[in-house]
Design a protein around this ligand. Structure first.
Ligand code: ADP
Length: 356
């Protein structure tokens, strides 16, 4: 998608000064390090050393099964994500670079800021790339990426959810710099919880961890949370998010980018007019909706082939994906977000967001 590819590198061509530089670079795969080399300078995490040592000591005394679970399930090992992997969202990307990443990477140039940004709330419809954005920030910072889910914590893991949150932040401290991403955070912070609700233990633990991150002058940890119900976060807890950014549905250009990117991996034949029609017909779709539509359409050519021939057919013998393949699957997809919900996000953004 490309236009913003230069990422944070531009600002960082001068004096190397990277408090967020990665102490885990040596553990990362070669291709990951190559990808990051354009945006990272020499690691310098001097100020976090004592915090890392303290966290390592604590980790030694923690439940080893829990730590194992966090390192295998919550600490993510996926490939790095670049800004260009995320279609559209130019305003949100610019705000993230300028207001979060640059101050973290070049605190010497942003010394006028009272505190470094340490927490971010991405709100808006689901399936719009909020997880991708959080992953991208971790990649840009050369940081470890830990991913927690509010719904998994309050259902599957409720009994030990508070311990999982605690262990996740502990691992983040050991592996810092780190980005901790929590999706559906409203489920953990909701004002609706009764005194006896077991979720209250999770809420208390999360707030304690956030307090500690927000007040620490040593740790290099950024907490990114996402929600599609920002109104569920009580007023008194909004202050935990230094920045609050609306992540909207993809506009026409972004939908065009997502469709083109997915089609580019296949043999296809679409005129410019048909492509414009697809962009029009996906108005109101989330990025995830558009992706799923394309994934269904590109298997269209397989449907006409008798099962007996499928095993032997060569990809080059397949007919190209056509507009008809999209037409055939459109009936399965509807915009997953109502206008009423979209208006609510706009209102909340006007009152409490950091973008227009
Ligand atoms: P969210 O966290 O907002 O619910 P995700 O970041 O998990 O959404 O996106 C889900 C999937 O939808 C992604 O893996 C990607 O395939 C697709 N997607 C969503 N938004 C975008 C976007 N802006 N650019 C490219 N792909 C997108």
């Amino acid at each position: 998608y490309g236009s913003t590819k230069s990422s944070v590198g531009d600002l960082r061509t001068g004096e190397p000064y990277n408090k967020f530089g990665s102490p885990i670079m040596s553990e990362q795969p070669e291709e990951h390090r190559q990808h990051l080399s354009h945006s990272l300078t020499e690691p310098d995490i001097g100020s976090a050393t004592s915090s890392i040592h303290a966290a390592e000591e604590q980790l030694k005394n923690s439940d080893s099964n829990l730590v194992e679970m966090v390192t295998t399930e919550i600490l993510q090992q996926g490939p790095p994500v670049d800004w260009s992997d995320i279609a559209g969202l130019e305003m949100a990307k610019a705000a993230m670079k300028e207001e979060i990443l640059w101050p973290i990477l070049r605190p010497d140039m942003f010394s006028g800021l009272a505190t470094l940004p340490r927490s971010l709330l991405l709100f808006g419809p689901q399936g719009t790339g909020r997880t991708l954005l959080a992953q991208c920030m971790a990649s840009q910072l050369g940081a470890a990426f830990l991913r927690l889910s509010g719904s998994a914590l309050v259902t599957k893991w409720l009994a030990e959810g508070d311990k999982i949150i605690q262990a996740s932040f502990l691992v983040a401290r050991c592996r810092q710099p780190a980005v901790v991403f929590i999706r559906e955070v409203d489920l953990l912070l909701s004002a609706q919880l009764s005194e006896e609700s077991p979720v209250n233990r999770l809420k208390a633990e999360l707030l304690m961890q956030l307090d500690s991150i927000l007040t620490s002058t040593e740790d290099h940890i950024l907490v990114v949370c996402s929600t599609n119900k920002p109104e569920e976060i009580p007023e008194s807890l909004r202050r935990y998010f230094t920045k609050r950014l609306l992540i909207p549905l993809p506009d026409g250009t972004a939908r065009h980018q997502i469709i083109s990117q997915l089609l580019s991996q296949h043999n296809y034949c679409l005129s410019d007019k048909e492509m414009s029609l697809l962009v029009q017909r996906t108005e109101g779709f989330s990025g995830l909706d558009v992706t799923q539509l394309c994934q269904e359409a590109v298997v269209g050519p397989l449907h006409g082939i008798p099962g007996t021939d499928l095993s032997s057919i060569h990809p080059t013998q397949m007919r190209p994906v056509s507009y008809q393949d999209f037409d055939n699957v459109f009936c399965k997809f509807r915009p997953s977000i109502s206008q009423k919900e979209l208006d609510m996000y706009t209102e909340w953004n006007k009152m409490f967001g950091c973008s227009q």
